[in-house]
Write a protein that binds this ligand. Sequence first.
Ligand SMILES: [Zn+2]
Length: 271
Amino acid sequence: MFIVIIVRGVFLVKVGIIGSTGFEFYRICDSYIEKEIIVDLESIKYLSGDFHGIDIYFFVRNIRKGACPPHSVDYLRIMKAMQLLQVNSILATSVVGSLRPEYKPGDHIIIDQFLDFTKYRIFTVYNKDEFAFVDFTYPYCNSLRQVLANSCEKIGVDYKESGCYVGVDGPRFETAAEVKAYSILGGDVVGMTNIPEVILARELGLCYATIALIVNYGAGIEGNLVLRKDCREEVNKHIDKTVDIIRNALSNIRNREYCDCYLKADDIITN
Ligand SMILES: [Zn+2]
C-alpha cells in the first residue's frame, strides 16, 4: 500500500500539499504544471511542481468549480490521488478558531490530537468487505510535526507545538455552548477540514501533518460575533507566515528520518 522509492541511495521525496483558504500555491514553487489523475473513475486536478529537487503535488480542497464548503470537499479522492501519485509526506494547511484565550488569533498551531464531532463525512477508506482496526493513539505524523516545529522556530513565528483539534461539519460556526463544551473536553482549536483528512491519510499509510492558522476566538470567548469576513482578514494578514513555514519545512523533509506511519494499517481484514 505504501511504496518507498530509493534513487541513488536517498529518498525520492514526494510531498503533497493541501491548501486551505487563502493559501497561495504559486508562492511555494516557481512554476507548476496542471495535471489530472483518475480516481474512482473521475478525474481530479492537481498542480505538479519542483521545489529544489523535491516533487510537489499541490491540491486545493476546493477541487470542483465554484464555491466548495468544507462539508462538500472530496477528501477521500484527494487522499487516494496522493496514494496513487506515491506521495510519502503530506503537509496540510488549515484555518481554525481558538477554544481558549491563550490560543491567540495570528498564532500557528501544529496539531497532535483530535476530537471528531463530524456526523456527515466519509470517515474511512474501508468498506464492510475490507477493513482494518488502525491505531490512532497519535494520529498525526510525528516526524512531519517536528519538521514543522523546527520550521516555526527558524522563522520565528508565534506557534503552539501541540494542540487538540475539534473537527466539526460546518459550514455554520459553533454556538457559545459548543465552544465551552469542546474546551472542557480538551479541545484547543476547532475547524472543519482536518476530519476526515487526517483519518484517511493514516488509513492509507501516508505521513500527514497540518499547520493551522488561528484566525478567530470561538463563539462566546470574546463576546463578538464570529464573522467570515473577519476570519478572512486574519488569513490575509498572516498567510505569508504560513507559506514561509511550509517552504522552510520542505527544505528539511528531504533529510527526515525513517517514519513508521505506514505500519499502522498493516492488518487488513477481508470478508
Ligand atoms: Zn509519518
